[in-house]
Design a protein. Sequence first.
Length: 694
Amino acid sequence: MADTLLLLKRGPGRPMWLRVRKSRPKLMLSRRSRRRLGPLRWCSRRRWRRRLLQAQAAGVDCRESACKGPRAAAPEAWRPKKAIPRPAPSPAPAPARRGPASGPISPVRHLGPGRALLLLPVEQGFTFSGVCRLTCLYGQVEVFGFTISQGQPAQDAFSACTHSHLTINAVHYSVPEKSKKEVKREARTLLRAHLNLEDRRWAMKNFSPLCSLVLLERAKSSAVDFISSHLGLSDVFLQESPTLQINAQYLALRSVGIRKEKRKKGLHLTESALAALEELVHASCEEVDGCPIILVCGSQDVGKSTFNRYLINQLLNSISCVDYLECDLGQTEFTPPGCISLFNITEPILGPPFTHQRTPQKMVYYGRPSCKEGCENYIEIIKYVFSSYKREAPLIVNTMGWVTDDGLLLLIDLIRLLAPSHVVQFSSAQSKYMPGLTPEYVEHTDGLYTKSKSKARNRGFELPEFAENLEFSDEDKECPLIFTEHKLIGVHSEFSFRKTERNRESHNRILRDLAVLGYLGQLLPPTSKVLGPFHGLIPYQVPFNAVALRITHSDVAPTHVLYALNASWVGLCRILDDVRGCSEGPILLAQTPICDCLGFGVCRGIDMEKRLYHILTPLPPEQLRAVNCLLVGAVSIPHSVFKSQHGLEGTIPYVTTDYNFKLPGASEKMGLREAQEVPEEKIHPKPKLHRKVS
């Protein structure tokens, strides 16, 4: 019993002294005083610390005395001659509760392999690079002008380094008059189908009014996988940075396939561009007399294509579809380069052109990235494609960046031909001077193929030159062809400008190669994990006498036509003439026809014994049965397809250094860059398996 009483009278245990020691106020000593305390013993250091605590409790500045060392004469106010009562330790502070206001909250939560949850307060954005599929679980967000609300289908977003990075912006949405508790209950119910209990608790704990919740998932795209598989193109969508901080947020986004970027790398539109977008959207939604035709023009590198994509997404927020006429041969939006095409767009565009290759309503393969050597044929093709426009939806017309000399005159002809209701003219501080394309300027200026006309009745233009070749219905033929005036909208651009012609041409060539690779990516099945080379795919067999052949960009001798065709980019077209059974082939056309192009392919080989072309194409067989013409233009297959495909071992097919550039059409085809033509011993490769087109 005595031992028990003695144990009860003992002082506090070790945990109590640790709590008291932690509750003591911390001392702020200079670096010099810390050096003086270093060589002391543990007991002396403890005594010196007690004196400093007493001085601090008495309100005396102890730093000056501490700098003199432990043995310095202490002031009378705090020399330990008499017993000074030790100050009582302050009570330990209560631990603070963790909550939303205790510190910055990571807006991303990892949900498992390939899934993450993004929490965005109102009017905040998240800029990223990479490829992902995003679903708005609650609230409303905007991506590249397109608004995604809760309940809408998921959208694939492609943010590449070749263009401005995409930003997910949380926008202000209308909320019914409900209490905060009712709003949280509604959000928790919507999240129940996508998140588990722990993730829902995290979301509700950090939830705030007008907050948006976005589900990020890893997206599957054969075109992206095919582009990334080539040497030097693996970091087009996701680049590695050695200075990047690796934390939980980085790992969660990395699992999805994206990375957070700085906000300045995203798209920033000028005030004039925002005003133009608002006016065009209002005109397209409130137009009474008909659907507006919007023609976008300007010099190179001013942001015309970016503006068109943003405008299409803005229009799709209000209407179901938008028509798009592509007149830019070099930087096409939905097809490989060298095409003039008409599209009906019903889905948003959330990425660069090489990520959304689509099937057009009508397309003609011009065969060159520029029309400087064939402007008349260029105008005729535009007439042919524009005749398919049914005027049931707003039409956006994309034009070339060639706006000097004959290019400006050609643009005036194009305005007179298409009769747009709105002309959006881009200008920049670095771009070349371009006169304002007002209705008065277009009226009094001669075009390249048209003369200036005075105003007719109804303040319009009468153009009999174009009326002969345009196809109209019987109601339109009864009245004269009169085009009304347009409204000019000026937009000042602040896009980064590539100063030299060499840098601009190199950049444009890379974008053209990416567009071709994006189309060729459709050859691979979406479920394939291992990307093999093209010589492992099964080509179609096309007899010589089933299709006609034409080289569009150069005059090639008939004896060298097959050399130019082999290992080339081919337009699969349909002409009105029946070429089947004309001869044993090959059937050569004397002129380039204006005909429908159904798609593209690669001539993998030519079998001279069986007189067959071996064609690789993603077109389905039902469309291939209508193909009876092959057009070969100046658009070439990217070098990476030949040299950096996975699975290639030994001698690379179709690649040689022993090549004669003096052959007609040889320098035109390869652009005098590098000899990558067909060696003579490999002009007739024989695949093991074939798909035959009858």
